[in-house]
Design a protein around this ligand. Structure first.
Ligand code: SF4
Length: 98
């Protein structure tokens, strides 16, 4: 390998290395929040999901299937993957946190 081809190889390698983090960051970019569950979602309807609980002492925020942060307005629910439910919501699958 002469100096000229070694330089080309080195440049190609450096270009490749410089590209990896950008691709990695773009590939793992997240919008931060999942879409909110619609009350018109067929499963939500079947479970009588509402964004404002009418059940005394029962809401998504104190349901065992809710995994949102404490005090958050919404968060993930095990019943509705990829969606967020309102912390003030409720559905027939409500289960008390232990
Ligand atoms: S199971 Fe029902 S009550 Fe519990 S967090 Fe999910 S939507 Fe809310």
């Amino acid at each position: 390998m002469n100096d000229r081809s070694a330089d080309k190889s080195r440049r190609a390698l450096l270009k490749g290395i410089a590209t990896i983090p950008v691709v990695a960051i773009a590939g793992f970019h997240s919008t931060g929040h999942a879409a909110m569950l619609s009350v018109d979602d067929p499963t939500a309807k079947a479970l009588a999901y509402t964004e404002k609980s009418a059940e005394a002492g029962k809401s998504c925020s104190n349901c065992n299937l809710f995994s949102g942060a404490s005090g958050a307005a919404s968060g993930p629910c095990a019943i509705f993957p990829g969606k967020e439910v309102a912390a003030t919501g409720w559905c027939r699958s409500w289960v008390a946190k232990p």
